[in-house]
Ligand binder design. Structure first.
Ligand SMILES: Cc1cc2nc3c(=O)[nH]c(=O)nc-3n(C[C@H](O)[C@H](O)[C@H](O)COP(=O)(O)OP(=O)(O)OC[C@H]3O[C@@H](n4cnc5c(N)ncnc54)[C@H](O)[C@@H]3O)c2cc1C
Length: 412
């Protein structure tokens, strides 16, 4: 006879661990395929773990690309403040960066993991590592059977918190999506998100390693601006990375046109940015075009790129550059056209867009509307957020709410 549990949680990532910590008094087993829990959490924020973001509930919900309403009850169950209080209660103080990102004050993702594992132990849940679940079956009389190394296990209710498909080397290989499909759920086609953007533009790629502290990126479709992001942008040998590019990658497709706005975010708006360029020429006197352009760009090599794209020789006297040429340069500095070759795959994407379709999951409990006793939390759901802590917050909040749903389902 296989073991019988009240609840089995599949996946010891942020969502699964948070849920396990919230189920004291129940017989709870957490099955994790890796030898250690939360490998992806350890990598998050470059190891510093940007676990949430400052802002009101409404501001947070706006960062999930149209799926924020589904998260209303989850973010109500565990808000950004609630998450910080949860961690503070377990010895992990948090600090906020000037841009609103929240991290553990120690700067160590490992401290967040330790707090979660401590809370799981306190709640009396059992964590079984190196226990990859192969199949998940709903039993005709209710409950579930899971096939794991060492023999099947049975449970009254199950929480699938197996993540998506991003960074598969951390264990997230889409298993939960396959089970959900097999159980009759619709799965919105998963695609990589928060991934670097590869560009056709060899001249920009040649500047790999350069950081633009504040740039704007716009995505154009059929001559209409479809999306715009703003923030730090890194130039890589493939194209673009950094928060602004990662956020834009949620929408970018091969063949799309992008424009990079080097000046408007810093200047305040586009008109002021253009005025800065024209003013730079107006005051240049006998100085060279190169000197004027260099003063507007963060690096010499980038200044050369703009000169080349504008077809201007850097040696020319700025005063001799005509009106049309000045305007062309101003246009380029605010709208450098770029062509998308592609968006990095799941190997390099931080999150998965798509997942278990939300209309088949009750947002108030995170229980499947199709299979009673089946709960879903974290990135396995069709929810993905911007860079800045929103994805971990969603994982923690949905794990927190799913635990309440499980408890209600199991109540006598
Ligand atoms: C490099 C990197 C940096 C990131 N940085 C940030 C950041 O700073 N801020 C932020 O908000 N987000 C960040 N993210 C995204 C964030 O880490 C994820 O959104 C979050 O971890 C999702 O949590 P989860 O619990 O849903 O899934 P996961 O963290 O993917 O955990 C799922 C767990 O399930 C286990 N599992 C899968 N299949 C099985 C199976 N068959 N049997 C047993 N166990 C299984 C996996 O091994 C894994 O441990 C980052 C992601 C990456 C890749």
């Amino acid at each position: 006879m296989s073991e019988l549990w009240d609840a089995i949680i599949v996946g010891a990532g942020p969502a699964g661990l948070m849920a396990a910590a919230r189920l004291p008094g129940l017989r709870v087993l957490v099955l994790e395929k890796n030898r250690a829990a939360a490998r992806k959490l350890l990598l998050s924020g470059g190891g510093h773990c940007n676990l949430t973001h400052l802002g009101s509930a409404r501001e947070l919900r706006a960062r999930y690309g149209g799926h924020g309403d589904f998260l209303r009850p989850a973010l109500g169950s565990l808000s950004n403040h609630g998450l910080q209080a949860f961690l503070a209660g377990r010895g992990v103080a948090c600090r906020a960066e000037p841009d609103g990102r929240v991290l553990p004050a120690s700067g160590r993702a490992a401290d967040v993991r330790a707090a979660l594992l401590g809370a799981l132990g306190q709640a009396g849940a059992e964590l079984r590592p190196a226990a990859a679940v192969r199949t998940l079956r709903a039993l005709p009389a209710g409950g579930f059977e899971l096939e794991v190394p060492g023999g099947p296990v049975r449970t009254r209710a199950v929480l699938v918190a197996t993540g998506g498909l991003a960074y598969p080397r951390t264990g997230s290989t889409g298993d939960g999506l396959a089970w959900a499909r097999a159980l009759g759920h619709r799965v919105v086609a998963p695609r990589p998100a928060l991934a670097p953007i590869a560009l056709e533009d060899a001249d920009l790629r040649a500047l790999s390693g350069l950081t633009l502290p504040r740039a704007g990126l716009s995505l154009w479709r059929a001559d209409r601006r479809a999306e715009r992001t703003e923030g730090e942008t890194l130039l890589t040998h493939q194209g673009l990375s950094g928060p602004a590019a990662l956020d834009l990658s949620r929408w970018a497709r091969p063949g799309d046109r992008l424009t990079l706005d080097l000046l408007s975010p810093g200047a305040g708006n586009r008109e002021l940015a253009r005025a800065r360029v024209l003013d730079g020429f107006g005051r240049a006197g006998a100085r060279s075009v190169r000197t004027v352009v260099r003063a507007l760009t963060p690096s010499e090599r980038l200044a050369e790129l703009f000169l080349a794209r504008a077809g201007l020789s850097g040696e020319r006297k700025a005063a001799g550059v005509g009106r049309a040429e000045r305007h062309r340069l101003a246009d380029l500095l605010c709208d450098l056209p770029l062509a998308v070759r592609g968006v990095g795959g799941f190997e390099v994407a931080m999150v998965t867009a798509g997942g278990v379709a939300l209309e088949e999951v009750d947002p108030a409990t995170l229980e499947s509307r199709l299979i009673p006793g089946l709960f879903l939390a974290g990135e396995v759901l069709d929810v993905d957020g911007d860079c800045g802590g929103y994805n971990l917050q969603a994982a923690f909040s949905t794990g927190h709410l799913a635990a309440a749903g499980l408890r209600a389902r199991l109540a006598p």
